[in-house]
Ligand binder design. Sequence first.
Ligand code: AMP
Ligand code: MG
Length: 371
Amino acid sequence: MGKHEDSWSDDPRDLLRADESVALSTIERDATPGWTGGKKAGKGFSRGRGDLLSELQERLFAEGRAGGDRSLLVVVQGLDTAGKGGVARHVLGMVDPQGVALRSFGAPSPEEQKHHFLWRIKKALPEPGLIGVFDRSHYEDVLVARVDELVTPDVWEKRYDEINAFEADLVESGTTIVKFGLVVSHDEQGERLMKRLDRPDKHWKYSANDIPTRRKWDAYQEAYADVFRRTSTEAAPWYVVPADHKWYSRLAITEILTQTLIEMDPEWPSVDWDPEEERAELAATLSTRALRRSLRDTDRQVEKAVADDRQVREEAAQAREEVAGDSDPVAEAEAEAREAEALATAAAAMVDLRRTRRQKAELLEERETAD
Ligand code: AMP
Ligand code: MG
């Protein structure tokens, strides 16, 4: 992977975020905004996010276990073949499946039809600590419901405000919401549908409804534009993601989710017991051989931490050099703050590890003199 040339030129959140003026007709569905490389580098970069994404997810999960009330809700919308399922599979496949609650919404059941359109949605919301993914969502109630005239205009018309109020409440109670609208071109959708017809192993994905729905393309574009314009709020923003290149939509969504989780900054919960005491107690139950192996394991961790620390320092120095030239005092201060934070985190981890090592060495020594 080329280190400097293939990356994001801008935060995709800034580039893809929808506002009141979003015009779907001007969005190039085969564009790759903000990404400076091609497909191969994009896939590599996505994969490279896996470790960080999965650590952040685990922190969120741990926070939830410890009584935290935060969760993340990822809404994925798009026309047939836009790649909604692939987002769940590829992006969230990078994290522990235990921490993800995936829900797909099809046509409402007779039971669901008896209730308000948000009824089934409320039942499907992620528990604290989880990342909830909606493959289709309450937005179908202003998309298919509007285009197919399942309800009268006065009914769907007031749903936008209802949705905004509902989402604002959710955010208020600890759920971060990000919404992705995958937009494919008419031709690309046609070709993807054709592939489903051509391949017997894809027939199950094809629906007799797909062509009738495709014929209503313009009405759907209009309905989608209204969704983006009217429900992209500060609390729950929409990102309109060009989806003709699946690698790009996955890359962009991976990056936006990573940045969102970084900002949520989930913390490992503190524990109310003392690791040193517990370690001594557990060590007493280990054989001398096992205790020796455990000490060797800590030695390896110390070695790795030393190497990591060196790398953090080198990268920090390099980052500082890069901003030093453009005499931007804000960027320089930011780089310095990031460097200080990285160094402090690495140093704290090192102190912890050294203390652990010392304790184990002492325990082993006591054991060996006793044996
Ligand atoms: P798929 O995602 O391809 O399995 O298709 C699910 C189908 O359910 C799509 O045709 C959606 O338009 C339809 N659907 C989802 N939510 C609703 C809703 N609230 N009202 C009517 N149809 C819906
Ligand atoms: Mg379908």
